[in-house]
Ligand binder design. Sequence first.
Ligand SMILES: NC(=O)c1ccc[n+]([C@@H]2O[C@H](COP(=O)([O-])OP(=O)(O)OC[C@H]3O[C@@H](n4cnc5c(N)ncnc54)[C@H](OP(=O)(O)O)[C@@H]3O)[C@@H](O)[C@H]2O)c1
Length: 228
Amino acid sequence: MLMKYTMITGATGGLGYALAETLAKEGANLLLVARNRERLEQMSRQLPGSHQIFDCDLSNPESLSELKAFVTEKKLDAPAVLINCAGRGLFGRLDELDALEIQPVLNNNLLPVILPCQVFFQDMKRSGGVIINVMSTAALKGKAGESVYCAAKWGVRGFTESLREEAKGSSLRIVAVYPAGMATDFWQGTDVDYPVDTFMSAEDAALMIAGALGQAEKGYISDITLSR
Ligand SMILES: NC(=O)c1ccc[n+]([C@@H]2O[C@H](COP(=O)([O-])OP(=O)(O)OC[C@H]3O[C@@H](n4cnc5c(N)ncnc54)[C@H](OP(=O)(O)O)[C@@H]3O)[C@@H](O)[C@H]2O)c1
């Protein structure tokens, strides 16, 4: 029998790792994905249980073919739960941004959600399961100094809501997650003057997300906003 597992992208990051830790403690089998193999190896060693890792750039369609081949080779089939958490920020007023920084932000927020969904969507529609797309409160409201990041996350929201329509009639649930600020490495290297040390921890955010993932016979929580 094929193993049920949860795939987490952005697993080397603050929220991705906190979700991995929370779910591993609950006994989940995990496939952890991010670009940095060394960090994936180190982090998976810290988790209870034994987990698969795969390093790839999720903005590159070729990497997704390699990921699909890896999953097939390991006889894993499609994930029961796919958590798309990979992303990155870009802060500053539009006129202050370097034009060369814009495309990487679009690529590293939109494609790491769209491409894994494209790979697994049909199989997950057949088998049922959950796709969780982590966005941001920046996908709910425009913010000065975050225009490009907001554009990318609004794009993910449009994609998520459309996918939900495409999943109708199946037992695949599509869950949208909109976190407010979390105190993670996401903010490293930015020169925003936000009070990052007052933000919620990734561990608390992960607990709230995991806690909302249950399902009633005829209903589920489709949208989760983590406010602070
Ligand atoms: N922190 C916040 O305040 C905040 C608030 C709202 C929403 N969010 C969103 O929540 C998510 C997680 O944020 P975080 O705070 O955990 O950020 P983080 O600590 O910076 O982690 C980001 C993760 O994304 C991975 N990643 C980025 N681009 C990738 C790509 N092209 N391919 C594969 N992996 C990629 C990074 O891993 P590698 O570098 O190893 O590839 C890392 O694991 C992001 O989508 C972020 O936009 C964050």
